[in-house]
Design a protein around this ligand. Structure first.
Ligand code: ADP
Ligand code: SR1
Ligand code: MG
Ligand code: MG
Length: 362
């Protein structure tokens, strides 16, 4: 279907669609009850429409991919086929980790086999290219950050580092990654954690996901000073965020290496079993792998921070700071930290070292 033929769902067409789709209507109530559904559009993202539909027997979330970028409009076309990757990734994630992703009740198939090329291309553009050159889509807290944005565009070392990460993003098919793993893709309650929105899923570098999450936590950290008021100096919360950064990496490291041990007697495709099953060698390989992954993580995390300050899509943590001067001060501290992290990431060995830096600078 071309963009011209595409019809965005509204409350009426959504009800008709649900009535015609037993996999959805059966979750909500009897046929006789489907005219009184509660519908709320909650899509706060940049790309899609998301509706929460509640009926007498339950509720469902319906997500519609638009053939263009929601936050920009039809002038930036974008494939609807991303929904295929999102649904397929959710199903695969549910197979491996059923308690932590929403169950897919129904998917309207767009294309059975295709590469998630367009969404990867979008990331290549908005994360790894545009922030480092003049682009009509870039925006920042102007005029306060005009010089800072220019400095990013003129920093050759930074551009070399980001080009290297971009190559890694394009070339390293290391694992099935989420591809847009910012803190807005994680929904939590006291007793449940759910990961949503994997429309960018593809086989890519693992550090891209872990880094995106840590980068967003750092952005949240740097935004806190802009939200301080006489009732809350946010110091305790800032400490909690930094602790969460450290715990996230350390727990990931612990679980990943434990899985590695658990599967050590596997087929040995990357490293020959005869050599690799020497304990000292295995330990060495593991350390090197995790060290490289750590540096990828810091690099990707830093790149994701920079794009959220001088690129097209920003984060609510900063956007909600009304005073532009105050917002720019917070953003500048985050930007300086991210530039340092991107350029100097290889000198860090432990997350607590990288973690301590903003504490000193913030
Ligand atoms: P986009 O791809 O446009 O970013 P998301 O999938 O992130 O869209 O959805 C946008 C918002 O809709 C989320 O931030 C969340 O508030 C809400 N949402 C999405 N999926 C669910 C869900 N399964 N349950 C509850 N709310 C959801
Ligand atoms: C125009 S860039 C839109 C951004 O929104 C998505 O959630 C991704 O982060 C993408 O880079
Ligand atoms: Mg989203
Ligand atoms: Mg999305």
């Amino acid at each position: 279907m071309s963009s011209d033929e595409f019809r965005p769902l509204n409350e009426n067409s959504l009800v008709e669609y649900i009535k015609a789709t037993p996999a959805l209507s059966s979750k909500l109530g009897d046929v006789s009850q489907l005219d009184n559904l509660q519908i709320k559009e909650v899509g706060d993202g940049n790309l899609n429409f998301v509706f929460i539909v509640t009926g007498p027997s339950g509720s469902v979330v319906i997500k519609q991919a638009l053939p263009y970028m929601r936050c920009i409009g039809e002038s930036w076309p974008m494939t609807k086929e991303r929904a295929y990757f999102e649904a397929t990734a959710l199903k695969e994630e549910a197979r491996l980790c059923p308690n932590h992703v929403p169950e897919v009740y129904h998917f309207d198939r767009v294309a059975q086999f295709c590469g998630n090329v367009e969404l990867c291309r979008l990331t290549e553009q908005v994360v790894f290219s545009d922030p480092y050159k003049v682009s009509e889509y870039n925006r920042w807290t102007s005029p306060y950050l005009d010089k800072d944005a220019e400095a990013v565009r003129e920093d050759n070392i930074l551009k070399l580092e980001v080009a290297q990460l971009k190559s890694t993003f394009c070339e390293r098919a290391q694992a099935l990654i989420h591809g847009d793993y910012h803190t807005g893709s994680v929904m939590v309650t006291q007793d449940s954690t759910q990961l949503i929105d994997p429309e960018f899923a593809f086989y890519g570098p693992m550090g891209f996901d872990v880094g995106a999450f840590l980068g967003n936590l750092f952005l949240a950290y740097f935004s806190q000073d802009g939200h301080v008021d006489h009732e809350n100096d946010r110091k305790t919360y800032k400490k909690w965020i930094l602790r969460t950064v450290a715990e996230t990496w350390n727990l990931f490291h612990e679980k990943f290496t434990a899985l590695w041990d658990e599967h050590k007697d596997g087929p040995g495709e990357a490293y020959l079993p005869a050599i690799y099953n020497t304990p000292e060698l295995q330990q060495l390989v593991k350390q090197k792998f995790m060290n490289d992954l750590f540096h990828d993580t810091l690099g990707f995390g830093a790149a994701k921070m920079i794009r959220r300050i001088v690129g097209v899509a920003h984060v609510e943590d900063f956007e909600s700071i009304k005073d532009a001067g105050k917002r720019a001060d917070c953003e500048r501290r985050a930007l300086d930290f991210a530039k340092m992290l991107l350029k100097e990431r290889r000198k860090f060995q432990e997350i607590t070292e990288a973690d301590m830096v903003p504490e000193q600078r913030g």
